[in-house]
Design a protein around this ligand. Structure first.
Ligand SMILES: [Zn+2]
Length: 469
């Protein structure tokens, strides 16, 4: 009640002021209560008008009060420069005489434009308008004002949309545990995303088979509990506050066969080889080999000399971080074949475990000379033993081209490749070999993953593997 009274006062005041003015005109409309009235009134340029609507006989509402003038030119070249879900940046050409600018907005469902913002004419002829409704279509225009004059309106209306763009799936990857990992391009205008999935051979997507992610701009997620060895279609929907969903891209993916213990992302139906490196760690070449493997997201197995591992603990820890397989190559590489002692094996495993915090599950005897005693001790220490199918002779022939050729000219699916991580020439060769193998379609895996992928079960303890292809 209080508010209404004060509004009434304000209206009466306006009327008084108007009556004092030299220009005064009245238009009277009598209309039924619910009807919508519009009219056009001829007015002179550069003159000031107050307009009010009077309902019934009492003064009820002052609708607008504006001054029309053609003394200021129309604002031109209005542009929406940036759009987020709830704001836009507007830019226009400067008018030298203008004191400032008004920005008017109208949402798609609105009848009239309303002033959203006023800015003084300073250095910038742009502003950000906040508080918009997400996924709404807006029209806007900008006027200039100077004193009591405002430039012409309604001449050019610009459209702006705060709807998010359709989301684009950028990568999709299947993994053994019935899981897919997907990434998409995020969009600042989206409030969330919905990932939907179905069997490729089934008809349509259902709301049950979907996951929604809100308030995240990470652009990646996992979908679990899918059926191994089945093909799925996956699509992404952009979600907005205002029921304006839009369907983005769709991709198909085949869920990898389920093989317990196999590392993520290995396709058992595609060729793979195991790179193995003996005798390390050994300083710079060892680190460089890890750099290459990291760069290409490749895995390998390192049969380390226990003593060396204690000298380069950071290198050993990095191997763990990168998902490399740790192997035992005896404590100090001084004994071969029958001369290898139980302590040579035990001490190496335990020291590597101490340094890395990880159990050692792989073994390779110095010179590949394995005996029954050694295998028995491997079983006791829960390790499998591995030989090789390609010998690069990198320890003997320190030539990167020879090493490269010995791999690339002979490689086939299932190979275990023997190298040594302590030579610069080997690191040089590895820089070329890793991308070349991947280019040929080989996955670079650990010995353990090679056995699982090729035999369908984890390697057995106390057993020696050579040819698993
Ligand atoms: Zn060796």
């Amino acid at each position: 009640m209080k508010r209404q009274r004060s509004k009434g006062k304000h209206v009466r005041k306006k009327i008084k002021k108007l009556r004092k003015g030299s220009l005064f005109g009245t238009l009277v409309f009598v209309a039924a209560a619910a009807a919508v009235c519009t009219t056009a009134v001829a007015m002179s340029q550069f003159a000031r008008y107050d307009i009010m609507t009077i309902a019934d006989t009492s003064l009820s509402e002052l609708n607008c009060n504006f001054i029309r003038s053609d003394s200021l030119p129309e604002v031109t070249n209005t542009k929406v420069t940036e759009t987020t879900s709830k704001s836009v940046s507007v830019k226009w050409d400067s008018i030298p005489d203008a004191e400032g600018y008004n920005i008017y907005f109208k949402a798609s469902g609105d009848e009239i434009f309303t002033k959203k913002k006023s800015v003084k004419n300073g250095n910038s002829v742009s502003c950000k308008v906040d508080g918009l409704q997400q996924a709404e279509d807006y029209s806007l225009y900008v006027t200039a004002y100077n004193g009591n004059s405002e430039s012409r309106k309604y001449t050019t209306i610009y459209n702006v949309c705060t709807k998010p763009e359709k989301a684009e799936i950028t990568s999709i990857r299947s993994e053994q545990d019935g899981c897919i990992r997907l990434k998409w391009k995020t969009n600042s205008r989206a409030s969330g995303y919905q990932i939907q999935y179905k069997y490729t051979d089934s008809d349509d997507y259902s709301e049950n088979d979907s996951i929604s992610i809100f308030g995240s701009d990470k652009g990646e997620t996992e979908v679990y509990n899918l059926t191994p060895a089945r093909e799925y279609d996956v699509r992404i929907k952009t979600l907005t506050d205002k029921n304006g969903e839009s369907i983005g891209s769709e991709k198909s993916v085949e869920i990898l066969k389920d093989m317990p213990g196999l590392n993520y992302g290995i396709d058992v139906d595609k060729p793979m080889v195991a790179l193995t490196f003996d005798d390390g760690p050994g300083g710079e070449p060892s680190d460089r080999i890890l750099d290459v493997l990291e760069k290409y997201n490749a895995k390998a197995t390192f049969f380390m000399v226990g003593y060396n591992a204690t000298c380069y603990p950071d290198n050993v820890k990095r191997k763990v971080d990168l998902g490399m397989e740790l192997g035992n190559h005896t404590w100090d590489h001084t004994h071969y074949g029958e001369d290898v002692t139980i302590n040579d094996i035990k001490k190496s495993s335990h020291k590597i475990m101490e340094v890395s915090g990880q159990k050692v599950g792989a073994f390779r005897s110095p010179g590949g000379m394995t005996t029954d005693t050694i295998l028995k001790e491997c079983e006791y220490e829960h390790m499998s033993s591995y030989l090789w199918t390609i010998d690069t002779e990198d320890w003997k022939i320190r030539d990167k081209k020879h090493i490269y050729d010995s791999v690339m000219k002979n490689v086939k699916d299932g190979d275990i490749i023997l190298m040594h991580e302590i030579y610069g020439t080997t690191a040089d060769a590895v820089e070329k070999i890793v991308p070349a193998l991947q280019k040929k379609g080989f996955q670079l895996v650990t010995c353990r993953d090679l056995v699982i992928a090729k035999t369908g079960k984890p390697p057995e303890e106390g057993v020696e593997y050579r040819n698993v292809g």
